[in-house]
Design a protein around this ligand. Sequence first.
Ligand code: IVH
Length: 679
Amino acid sequence: MPNTLEAQEKIESLKQQLNYHNYRYYVLDDPTIPDAEYDRLLQQLQELERSYPQLITADSPTQRVGEAPLSVFDQVVHEIPMLSLDNAFADQDLLDFDRRIRDRLKTDAEISYAAEPKLDGIAVSILYRNGVLERGATRGDGATGEDITQNVRTIPSIPLRLIGDDYPPVLEVRGEIYMPKAGFERLNQAARERGDKPFVNPRNAAAGSLRQLDSRITATRPLEMCAYSVGLVEGGEMPSRHTDVLYALNRWGLKINPEMAVAENISACMDYYRKLGEKRDRLPYDIDGIVFKVNDLSLQQKLGFVSRAPRWAVAYKFPAQEEMTRLLSVEFQVGRTGAVTPVARLEPVFVGGVTVSNATLHNRDEIQRLGVMVGDTVVVRRAGDVIPQVVSVVKSKRPADASSITFPDACPVCGSPVESVPGEAVARCTGGLICEAQRKEAIKHFASRKAMDIDGLGDKLVEQMVDQGLVHSVADLYRLQAAQVAGLERMGEKSAQNLVAALDKSKSTTLERFLFALGIREVGEATARALARHFGNLPALMAADEEQLQQVPDVGPVVAHFVAEFFQQEHTREAIVALQECGVHWSDLEVAARHEPLAGKTYVVTGSFELIKRDLAKKLLQDLGAKVAGSVSAKTHCVVVGGGAENNAKYVKARELGIETMDEEQLVTLLKEQGVFEG
Ligand code: IVH
């Protein structure tokens, strides 16, 4: 055991390293050590602190797990009030804003603006004294907020101690705490599975998480903070432009928004607004507009404030992601696996940039939880590529003739009983392939691009074919005659012939595609590939029991159960024979001779390629056993860099992380050596 002095030195060094790596990971999104190494350092620190509890300090990374619950939040008076922003809803509002500024400054010169996404979260103030986090507070009414220090300390992107030595002795950072979309979806998914109440949107989830008196709960919530300005600053030097202030905050350890940019004049602001509007759905967090701020801080000062908003900033809003509308009726849709989903038919409403007339109500529990009735006014949310959802009911607007919603006991399509498995939120039609809805979905899936890839056989066409009794099973597709197809809506002779040719072409496939096309529950593309590789041929797979199935990488007991059950069913076996009789075929893989020299390795492929198609390169790497990932992390083994990628972020990151890289020629050589590519 080290003596106290040695322990103290070691603890200091570990804290510094951990805080730095925390910053690389959560603030810069650019780690330089593997996760496992971080965990080891943290463990060392925990052990030392256990032996020397007197050496635990508030800025130790071990102190982010939350503390004993509070009974009430203290009040915090903001020495400098936290203001709000004026809104703009159209280009003209933005032009007026710019004109007012130039009139007031009595200038014709163009004004340079800082442009930042307006994050949809909770405004906070974080006070650092001598670089150590002293207090976190909500905005409240702008003058007084609540002391949420304990909660703020659990958020990994908020440094407990600032980095460097040139920060002001007193520095109040202001910014937004928010919950990224992915974390929000995960949190809500888990809540629904437990039968708990999901959050309405990421902002409510962030607010609810910060309002916890028990910070140990906050610690489990995926929250982040981006800094967007400073409040009280004492001592030290601050830059003279807003964007430079944010860059300084970033150097000192705070996260800033990577989309932040300088717009040299008001027309550049409009371009930025449009560009980000297009990108909005793809951003990993919700934004509700763009904030434009005069970038020169001395000009900001000259402009000053009106009532509660600065004259030098404006929020140009995007179309709302939540709107009210009326629930006209509820239909129950049956999916490929029989899941019965209630779908709300709505009075069309413009929300999140599109007109929405359907939204999901998820499941029976959700209808109950919302207490929703037909005729109700409901709040619909559409954000990003997530399907529109009914998130709440405006009960005060309920009409006298509102009618309750009954979840069906029998499948609305085939009449088979609908069953709920205890502990599962979904109810399922038990009709299997007797159910026309399940059959339609199964056929659509079979034909889809990543399955049998039947060109020209879209969803609408499948529905017509099943409705008209032309097709009952997937094998029936291969028995179709061009003349039958030509009679369908929006089909002619030529397109009918094309479809028959596409069907014929699809007969020659691979085992992995065929397995995926069968639509076994929980078997996606990756699992289908793993199964094909492991067993090499269909009879071997069909003969495998659950235990043998679990030998396949990434196949657990649940998937093994579904696969075994699927192949035991008589009609599955009949369907497979029927398909083979129609000429569907693939070649078996040589399991014994199968050669996976890259098994266990993760590759990332980036840049443009000339000697080999990029998709083919990825597939061949997978054939050699590698996992091909989309982004570089500490877990990546090799980054393959095509042309034009020298300044590419993935390449730069790979070099920083010390990850092996290869160029296109080296890749082709490797693939040739392994005998999977001839060039
Ligand atoms: S600046 C004096 N910048 O929007 C300027 N605000 O109504 C104060 N917000 O409650 C705010 N992203 O929480 C600013 N990049 C950003 C922002 C932002 C989100 C929020 C902020 C405030 C509200 C303004």
